[in-house]
Ligand binder design. Sequence first.
Ligand SMILES: [Zn+2]
Length: 306
Amino acid sequence: MPELPEVETVRSDLARLACGDEVVEVKVNENRVFRDDPSGGRDLVQMEGQFVSAVMRWGKYLILLVSPDQNYRPVQQFGRSIIPSVDWSDHAVTAVLLHLGMSGQILLLGDRAEDPRHLHLTIGLSSGTRIGFADTRTFGRVLVSSGMGAGPLNEIRHLGADPIQDPCGADLAFDRTSGSVSPIKAQLLDQGRICGVGNMYADEILIRAKVHPRTPGTNLSNRDISALKRSVYRVFEEAISLRGSSLKDMTYKDVSGQPGMFQERHLAYARAGRPCLICGDSIVKERFQNRYSHFCPNCQKLGPCD
Ligand SMILES: [Zn+2]
């Protein structure tokens, strides 16, 4: 599943390709991805004749803003204010919220002789660029709204701090982890606390911080919390610079169809049975809730507070 670094890579590519362009055509090929949208995707046609103002991200969500004013740009600020800073009172602004789900891909279609299978949405731009949303498993979702308080805002309102957009908020969220008995990995995966971390990056953050995935929050030392903060920024910044992680199933590729490279730097995820790159012990894979954790039992000991 694409996590924060993969979605950020897609966001920056999409912003470069689309910002300032007019939307000349919108095609909806499959309605399933609009299952949570009140209009069933019909409001997407409002984008035709309007201009792409911004491509934003919060956690694993992409937000495409279009406006009838070619020069309109939302005031983007770091921190929680990035979303409210959009002038939502201007009902002419249309916001399209995209979540890639398990296998969703945003693809540049312009140079392809044949469109990929499972293409659900196509947006044609005045530059000739065509952008597609393809998803083999259709767990991805698209919501569209114009005006304040409608679908997209409600969808993202519950999300916690994004570590890249809102590092101060993320620091506070990490400070609060010691107030809960929940295992630290469950807290990292809780999008209402810190958003953008999924199973893969949780394992990579935890091994670098030398914290066992099942450590109850109440057992975390101050050293652990400081290490987790350093680790989340280090992992995400490095993963973004390497354009995300592409595993063997290749469910994630960038908009040009190219894989990311951060999987080459993985210390734990998908490395079960291989030597830990820190100490040489074997990485183990263990059931964790409805998925698996990968960790080093030597570097990440499950013990009482230091
Ligand atoms: Zn180790």
